[in-house]
Design a protein around this ligand. Structure first.
Ligand SMILES: Nc1ncnc2c1ncn2[C@@H]1O[C@H](COP(=O)(O)OP(=O)(O)OP(=O)(O)O)[C@@H](O)[C@H]1O
Length: 640
């Protein structure tokens, strides 16, 4: 019984109103998930209490059996989900049931399109949680008492899910939370016991505490013969789920559906996972891990403040969410849990950070995760779908995890000149399989975007010789290639750097032709050097161009153009790097310039060729107006 004190009315945060509106409309076809969400919250509340009780057993009071109870009231048309978990204080009710505290919430709402199907998926990724109650209820009452608080300090929250909710202090004898859903007129199917039971079996069988329903008294019954009677069974609460922690069960006893539902419970994701791996490890370390690869990237994958990591249990007791210590950051998209027997029950984040056990568990989980990816990579289509979602994150790997560099390299996918589109589907092994005889390096080019890479003059000689080049244009690629220098004993080499030596791939005729053109052009090269002076590091005859008159490359050990751009874009000052200017002696324009006898006109041409090459390479010039002016002068002179 409760005495309701004066009610106060509060307004929902604007985003909550928006979420409620959207949810009711876009999740209607999947409305039964409200039960999964509320039972999942109840089970989390039990986990949290169990954790606190590790250091203060008195929190259990005389009620140590944690459970969730579902009650149906056909007359009142209510369904109640009741737990004896941690409960909430008034402030927690305000924070948890009146606002959305997730990082990236604003960005999330700005992504919504108004298209119900698309938005339903997005909301799924965002996590609907408690508010899903309003899909089926036109009024929700929450009565909650925080563990350890006096019965008079309980809180009643009530709302019709429109713009406001009310709060009142009430009396509640039992610790925990009751969520009472006043069902909408057309939702009375949820008052049928068989329906509710079937939903629990479908979605929440894996919940580790009992989910109970009231079983009415069974009166004494007649047996097979006159004398036999079957004794009456008094009314009692009966568990309708298996109530054992899923990961402690034998793999062979767990169905795919159970693994999938468990994933939704721990990840708050909506869609089925791409794959999972469940392992019990015994030996130096004793632990169970259950790792999942999601199908879709969460909306906050790139948000620096977003939480990630595994759910940590010690000897089946929940310890914390988002334990980041067990997975490197480049695998942060993995979801799952770790149950260790080697960590102390009172482990804190601080202790976790410097124990040897953590390090070896992290190693174990990382290896397991990489194995899962290697397995997935054998299935081309699934892996491609995975790569399109998470490839960019995996590209952080070679820089972060030196020990697993080779494994990660094998998992990377690139666009390449072998294909005619931007899709990243070429592995380094594919590339090795297509290498030309005599080729002992893997060639790549980093540019601002795929089109810029594809049309780069640096590719001309590679096209002519039929040598494949990987085309990289993601923001992280330059960083990646700084760390990915070798794969299966083959060096990776940028085609935009000096020191490119394709002589092993040249036939004798090519070699002679190169030598001849270098000799014939030697004096022109000297004239270019004199004309360009300090602007360039060197001038050379190019053997990499067929269609373009000239290009610039950076010296082998200098900072690459892409790296300079990247650093400039984040406001770093960078040391001046002078380009090496390469000219194509077979190009008509270069021949024309070489014939120019007037040294000042030669200088003008040299400047224009250099600026053109810089423009093609960097996409911009320090002084574009000078370039345009110079070019126009030369064009005019040609018309005379
Ligand atoms: N039965 C409950 N007992 C105690 N606290 C609860 C209960 N239900 C909800 N809460 C609190 O309210 C918060 C918000 O719940 P909600 O279901 O909206 O989000 P969530 O579970 O954190 O994540 P998601 O939205 O992804 O499901 C929870 O994090 C929890 O702190």
């Amino acid at each position: 019984m409760s005495e309701t004190a004066q009610k106060q009315t509060h307004g929902f945060q604007a985003e909550v109103k928006q979420l409620l509106q959207l949810m009711i409309h876009s999740l209607y076809s999947n409305k039964e998930i409200f039960l999964r969400e509320l039972v999942s919250n109840a089970s989390d509340a039990a986990d949290k209490l169990r954790f606190l009780a590790l250091s203060d057993a008195s929190l259990y009071g005389d009620d140590g059996e944690l459970r969730v109870r579902l009650s149906l009231d056909k007359e009142a048309k209510t369904i109640t989900i009741s737990d004896n978990g941690i409960g909430m204080t008034e402030q927690e009710v305000i924070d948890n049931l009146g606002t959305i505290a997730k990082s990236g919430t604003k960005e999330f709402f700005s992504q919504l399109s108004g298209d119900q199907n698309k938005d339903a998926n997005l909301i799924g990724q965002f996590g609907v949680g408690f508010y899903s109650a309003f899909i089926v209820a036109d009024k929700v009452t929450v009565r909650t008492l925080k563990a350890g608080a006096a019965a008079e300090q309980a809180v009643e929250w009530e709302s019709t899910g429109e713009g406001e909710y009310s709060l009142a202090t009430v009396k509640k004898e039992q610790r925990g939370t009751d969520i009472i859903l006043h069902l909408r007129d057309d939702e009375h199917e949820f008052l049928e016991e068989y329906k509710v039971k079937s939903i629990i079996t479908k979605y929440s069988d894996h919940i580790s505490i009992p989910v109970e329903m009231w079983q009415d008294e069974q009166p004494e019954q007649k047996g097979e013969t006159e004398e036999d009677t079957i004794a009456a069974v008094p009314g009692h609460w009966q568990a309708i789920n298996k109530a054992t922690a899923l990961w402690t069960r034998d793999k062979s006893d767990i169905s795919d559906e159970e693994y999938q539902e468990f994933y939704k419970h721990i990840s708050h994701d909506w869609t089925e996972p791409m794959s999972w791996s469940h392992n019990k490890v015994e030996g130096t370390n004793n632990y169970t891990s259950l790792l999942y690869i999601p199908k879709k990237a969460p909306f906050d994958l790139w948000n620096r403040d977003a939480q990630h990591g595994l759910k940590l249990y010690v000897q089946r007791v929940f310890i914390m969410d988002d334990a980041e210590e067990f997975m490197p950051s480049y695998l942060r998209f993995f979801k799952g849990l770790l149950d260790s027997s080697d960590l102390p029950l009172n482990v804190s984040r601080e202790i976790l950070q410097d124990t040897k056990v953590t390090q070896s568990l992290r190693k174990g989980c990382t290896n397991r995760a990489l194995k899962m990816l290697e397995k997935l990579a054998k299935d081309g289509d699934s892996y491609q779908a995975f790569w399109n979602e998470f490839g960019q994150v995996l590209k952080e790997g070679p820089a972060e995890d030196f020990a697993n560099k080779d494994k990660i390299a094998g998992l990377l996918r690139f666009a390449s000149t072998h294909n005619d589109d931007a899709s990243q589907n070429v592995s380094l092994s594919d590339y090795l399989g297509r290498m030309k005889e005599g080729q002992d390096e893997i060639f790549f080019l980093v540019a601002d975007n795929y089109a810029a890479a594809k049309h780069s003059p640096h590719l001309e000689v590679f096209r002519k010789k039929g040598i494949e080049v990987l085309l990289l244009s993601d923001r992280i690629d330059e960083w990646l290639m700084q760390h990915l220098t070798e794969f299966e004993q083959k060096k990776l080499r940028s085609v935009a750097k000096g020191g490119l030596d394709l002589s092993k791939l040249d036939d004798d005729a090519d070699k002679e032709a190169h030598k001849a053109s270098e000799e014939a052009f030697a004096s022109t090269i000297e004239r270019f050097k004199a004309a360009l002076g300090e602007q360039v590091k060197d001038v050379k005859v190019s053997h990499r161009l067929t269609d373009s008159p000239a290009c610039v490359v950076t010296d082998e050990h200098d900072m690459s153009t892409q790296m300079m751009k990247l650093m400039e874009s984040v406001g770093q000052t960078i040391p001046e790097v002078k380009p090496i200017f390469e000219v194509n002696p077979d190009h008509l324009l270069v021949k024309h310039v070489a014939d120019e006898q007037d040294e000042s006109r030669f200088k003008e041409w040299a400047e224009v060729l250099l600026e053109q090459a810089l423009l093609a390479e960097r996409g911009s010039l320090k002084n574009p107006a000078t370039f345009v002016g110079r070019l126009n002068q030369l064009l005019l002179s040609l018309t005379k």
